[in-house]
Ligand binder design. Structure first.
Ligand SMILES: Cc1ncc(COP(=O)(O)O)c(C=O)c1O
Length: 367
């Protein structure tokens, strides 16, 4: 009998947050809110909707495999040549392309623990060995990560800001770290949430990727700040030789034609994106302030979500919230018993969460 490759025996597939429709169906609820998948609660820019409507007429054609106009728009916005840009079906795919291009079976990748689960899942699928370095007080322990490098190490994943902790590493720390990493290792810098980080020292991307010493892939996404999660579109920057390798292993039409047009329109409405980010950051501040009077602890976050220590059974809290039509992320799959992760929703959704959550915490003793 045919069997999948033996590497798959130890792989647990990524489990996304529960979809709204599924919760409505299973619990017979009409009103369900989802604060579980770090999506943008706001719809995309009206210019994006118009571009999608227009693009729909041409879907009998294959997309432009080179995504010419989207690459040009990204190149113009960030002042980076097209040869240094890679596009992915979500930034998830850029992670997969990087592994496929640079990491072989039995070679090592270094991840922080906890961090975004796709790094270790995708690495295990190709038979790579995942070396997990525990975070220190929920922040990346960069020194320990450097210490974990061996002659078999090929890639180090850094999510900045991180998911699920929301923690942030300053640009200076990242640059110092990269300089210490040997030339035989790629640093995969995942900046899926960078627009929310309110950093003033915007990275000098060009010098970052041009420096011959730095084997860096910087991945970003249209899924979060731009609100295009459903279209699956991410982008990355890398030195020419690295970008070329990623493009060699990608599928020819990995970015569908609607996503290409939508992303160009999204980049053309920067003002809308900035307003969206501002809305999320204000909601986050409001929620953090209101949670100060509740017997829980919030981890400071530079993203569109917060991690909360409930000091209670988080599976129970999760289930009780679900019964009230509120989907959050329960963190035991990351080994974080007692924690939940909550994405910022619309104002009224956040209010509803706060009311129900506060009631639950008040009714339940600490464990
Ligand atoms: C740190 C991080 N990287 C990458 C992604 C993937 O984003 P996408 O594939 O939608 O671009 C996510 C999604 O939640 C994330 O949290």
């Amino acid at each position: 009998m045919i069997k999948p490759r033996k590497e798959l025996e130890s792989v647990t597939p990524y489990k996304p947050g529960k979809p709204i429709e599924e919760v409505k169906r299973e619990l017979g609820l009409d009103d369900v809110i989802k604060l579980a998948s770090n999506e943008n609660a706001l719809s995309p820019s009206p210019k994006v909707i118009a571009a999608i409507t227009e693009a729909a007429k041409d879907i009998n054609r294959y997309p432009d495999g080179g995504s010419f106009y989207l690459k040009k728009a990204i190149s113009d916005k960030f002042a980076i040549p097209g040869e240094n840009i890679v596009l992915g079906n979500g930034s998830d795919e850029i992670i997969i392309l990087a592994l496929r291009a640079f990491v072989g079976a039995e070679e090592e990748v270094i991840v922080s623990d906890p961090t975004f689960l796709v790094y270790s899942i995708a690495s295990s699928v190709i038979g790579a060995k995942v070396v997990s370095v525990p975070a220190k007080e929920l922040r990346y322990d960069l020194d320990a990560m450097l210490g974990a490098i061996t002659s078999r190490t090929k890639m180090i994943f850094i999510a900045n800001p991180d998911n699920p902790t929301g923690s942030y590493i300053s640009r200076k720390e990242v640059e110092e770290f990269i300089q210490k990493v040997p030339d035989s290792v790629i640093v995969f810098l995942d900046e899926a949430y960078y627009e929310f980080a309110e950093e003033t020292d915007e990275p000098d991307l060009v010098s970052f990727i041009e420096k011959k010493v730095s084997n860096v892939i910087i991945a970003r996404t249209f899924s979060k700040a731009y609100g295009l999660a459903g279209l699956r579109i991410g982008y990355g920057f890398a030195r020419g030789d690295i970008a070329k390798a990623l493009n060699t292993v990608r599928e020819p039409f990995n970015i569908n034609s609607i996503a290409q047009k939508a992303a160009v329109a999204a980049l053309g409405d920067e003002e809308y994106m900035l307003k969206s980010v501002d809305f999320v950051n204000k909601e986050k501040e409001k929620m953090c302030n209101k949670l100060k009077n509740v017997d829980v602890k919030v981890v400071p976050s530079k993203t569109n979500f917060i991690l909360i220590t409930t000091y209670r059974d988080s599976v129970e809290i999760y289930k009780k919230l679900l019964e009230q039509g509120i989907i959050v992320r329960e963190m035991s799959p990351w080994g974080f018993d007692g924690f939940i992760r909550v994405t910022m929703g619309l104002e009224e959704e956040n209010e509803k969460f706060l009311k129900v959550f506060k009631g639950l915490i008040e009714k339940t003793d600490r464990k």
